[in-house]
Design a binder for this molecule. Structure first.
Ligand SMILES: *Cc1c(COP(=O)(O)O)cnc(C)c1O
Length: 395
């Protein structure tokens, strides 16, 4: 290609960026399922270890298939560098923990994926890292939480599961004024609808397990940032502690990227249609969908996102019993704690992903007993709407 792949539009980059074609000229990216590499001479081996020869050394550090996945993500996200990890949580934990030391302070939005909340609330304090949880939508709380030793801000937007949208540019500005970096978990938005680095964030993390695979096969994660951040804080930590992704999983995710744009667009269109039907449904007490005018942060969605969401949140009248009846009556959408899949998935957060929380903390996050998270898949929207309305009839 004469043009640099990074200069093409995102759809094109998703298909072509990062390809390392071997001497066999394969069309589809090769899976290099190898632990290590052999050298033509002791001199070449020495040069590789000295960093004078750019080749591969060991697959805990890097691997051609993993490098293709990272490069494609770098060019999609508009980052300078990236390191992939075995799971989304390996990526989140590394991005937060690796740059910190005892005595540092972290501020995070309270509305987090359960395991992210564990890292912030339980794990970091055990190593002498102080943490403060704030209501992410309240900019004053971020501002007031800043201390001289604050090093990292962490948030998710849209949040799980209530789909609140946080003001990334304003929170980044507060972080930077306080001498801290902003790390954004962009799983719910996907790289198709939101680019946190362009909005002022310093680091973006993904669970590639979700939309990037999108077909329920394997786990993976990735950290994207500047060359400086990756080199200074992430490279050595990952290389020496080894939360590395399998080349096989990286290959699945790399191929997943080729269809990410079309899948996320189709799933978002379906989710928007479901949201419109549920908005006026008599059995629904509350509906949240980023992309509708009645979303609590509708203006912010327009400002920082290019599209809505593949997820819909709604509260069924009648609490847990009614919500359980809906889940059990659904024929097409499957009960699962996962999301972003080709198959539509429904979750009851209060008894699954957020069951670890105290009831008052769940209430503060808007996770009522009747709240359901619906992840729209690639089925026909009419089939999903018929399935949902039939299940709601029985609630
Ligand atoms: C799933 C998820 C994670 C964790 O990813 P794994 O791949 O399951 O480890 C982190 N953050 C968010 C928002 C998620 O949805």
């Amino acid at each position: 290609m004469s043009k640099s792949p990074a200069s093409y539009r995102p759809e094109t980059r998703l298909v072509h960026s990062g390809t390392l074609r071997s001497q066999y000229g394969e069309t589809s990216e090769a899976l290099f399922l190898t632990q290590g590499y052999v050298y033509n001479s002791a001199e070449e081996c020495e040069a590789r270890f000295k960093g004078e020869d750019p080749g591969f050394i060991y697959s805990r550090y890097s691997n051609p298939t993993i490098a293709m996945f990272e490069r494609r993500m770098i060019e999609l996200e508009g980052a300078e560098a990236a390191r992939s990890a075995a799971t989304g949580m390996a990526a989140v934990t590394t991005a937060i923990l690796a740059p910190l030391k005892a005595g540092d302070h972290v501020v995070a939005s309270r509305a987090l994926f359960g395991s992210c909340l564990y890292v912030i609330q339980d794990l970091l304090p055990r190593y002498g890292i102080e943490t403060t949880l704030v209501d992410g939508a309240n900019l004053d709380q971020w501002q007031r939480a800043v201390k001289p030793n604050t090093k990292t801000f962490f948030l998710e937007s849209p949040t799980n599961p209530t789909l609140d949208v946080l003001d990334i540019p304003s929170i980044a500005e507060i972080a930077h004024k306080g001498g801290a970096r902003l790390v954004v978990d962009n799983v719910f938005a996907t790289p198709i609808w939101q680019s946190p680095l362009a909005l002022g964030a310093d680091v973006v993390v993904y669970s590639a397990t979700k939309h990037i695979d999108g077909q329920g096969r394997c786990l993976g994660g990735i950290i994207l940032s500047s060359e400086a951040f990756i080199a200074e804080h992430i490279h050595n930590f990952m290389r020496q502690t080894g939360p590395s992704i399998s080349p096989f999983n990286a290959w699945v995710l790399l191929k997943g990227l080729e269809t990410l744009g079309v899948r996320v667009r189709a799933q978002t269109d379906t989710a928007a249609r479901i949201a419109d039907v549920l908005a006026s449904h008599p059995k629904i007490a509350r509906l949240v969908y980023p992309g509708r005018e009645d979303h609590p942060q509708a203006a912010l969605v327009k400002k920082q996102m290019r599209g809505g969401s593949t997820l819909v949140g709604f509260e069924v009248k009648g609490g847990k019993a009614a919500a359980f009846r809906v889940l059990n009556e659904l024929k097409l959408a499957k009960i699962s704690n996962n999301l972003g899949d080709a198959k539509s998935l429904v979750t009851h957060p209060a008894t699954t992903t957020h069951q670890r929380l105290k009831p008052e903390d769940r209430a503060a996050l808007g996770i009522s007993e009747g709240f359901i998270r619906f992840s729209a898949g690639l089925e026909h929207a009419d089939d999903l709407i018929e399935d949902l309305t039939a299940a709601l009839e029985k609630a």
